[in-house]
Design a protein around this ligand. Structure first.
Ligand code: SAM
Length: 314
């Protein structure tokens, strides 16, 4: 029983710890798991959002390390999984980490889960993974839900380039300088935030990132009261200042900075300089890429500029 505390022996199966899991009414036997540290993503609200591989990994692991064993117990019971759980969180990492590493080195398999979503994403595990890799222990991701990606994909904001910025600092000065740092990043920004601070944070974002930037607040994803509210940062800040703190969990997504405005003269100069090197259609496409303005309109303008120059020369 105390084998994990000794950290040397392979954890033995107890009769109440069969390696099975339930899919609907069907009891499935989990196949044996190679010794490794498995990072298992779990649901962010809707308990059905769990992969078959996650269930099998949790059912087969020698040890399931949980951020909070009471929270994870609900998920494990829902799927009939009776594995030994142990706590691994930021307050006991110094003591629990070495125990888990010793168990891994003794040939056990360890599944790490957080309260919700993907471990290590604003959740414990970063240090444990680093130390496992240093010791040559295999680390295996078992991917699944994450609030950041669920919010991004349903936000309608550009998803080709994004930066996940986690939780922002709560102190006003640090918050301002972090937002200042992020204001020029040419990507959709994703933040976790507490609903209590949402209105204040949106007001700070509106000041630092620009009140016209489009944004989305994803609330209670995968749960009964799931909601996606979109608008400019200015509009969203005003809405939550009026409505107060929403209930439940929220993710803030902010679209990339708006293209810098260019005067008509700037655009003409850019088009003429590009057309010295490129054919008209390529010059227009390049100018569109650089400024975010429509290619067709730039192409038409370039033809006008050429005609004007021909008249002047002739
Ligand atoms: N590791 C988790 C993940 O991958 O989703 C995130 C853990 S972080 C401690 C918790 C934050 O994630 C919450 O404060 C909230 O910003 C966001 N979050 C988690 N579940 C959510 C949900 N169902 N809807 C909206 N936001 C959620």
């Amino acid at each position: 029983m105390a084998k994990m505390a000794q950290g040397e022996d392979k954890v033995a199966d107890r009769p109440e710890q069969q390696r099975t899991y339930l899919v609907g009414q069907a009891q499935m036997a989990a196949r044996p798991l190679a010794p490794a540290l498995y990072l298992v993503a779990t649901p962010i609200g809707n308990l059905s959002d769990i992969t078959l591989r996650a269930l099998e990994t949790l059912a087969a692991a020698d040890i399931v390390a949980c951020e909070d064993t009471r929270v994870s117990r609900i998920l494990l019971e829902r799927y009939g999984i009776r594995r030994r759980t142990t706590a691994y969180h930021e307050h006991n990492a110094l003591e629990a980490g070495p125990r888990l590493l010793a168990a891994l080195e003794a040939g056990n398999s360890v599944a790490l889960i957080s309260d919700a979503g993907t471990p290590l994403v604003s959740d414990p595990g970063f240090r444990l993974v680093g130390e496992a890799l240093e010791r040559g222990i295999r680390v295996v991701p078992v991917p699944g839900p994450s609030a950041a990606l669920a919010a991004l994909t349903a936000s309608g904001l550009p998803s080709d380039t994004f930066l996940f910025a986690g939780f922002l600092p709560t102190k006003a000065g640090q918050l301002r300088s972090r937002l200042e740092e992020l204001s020029r990043v040419p990507a959709t920004l994703i933040f976790f935030e507490s609903p209590r601070r949402l209105a204040e944070t949106l007001a700070a974002m509106s000041d630092a990132l620009g009140r016209d930037r489009t944004a989305a607040i994803a609330r209670e994803l995968t749960k009964t009261f799931e909601e996606m509210r979109t608008g400019t940062l200015g509009e969203l800040a005003a809405h939550y200042a009026e409505a107060g703190a929403p209930k439940g969990e929220v993710v803030i997504c902010v679209g990339p900075p708006l293209p810098a405005s260019h005067s008509a003269d700037d655009m003409d100069r850019l088009l003429l300089s590009l057309t010295r090197e490129l054919p008209a259609s390529k010059a227009a496409a390049e100018a569109a890429r650089m400024t975010g303005q429509p290619k067709q309109a730039l192409y038409q303008r370039l033809l006008e500029l050429r005609k004007r120059d021909e008249r002047r020369d002739g």
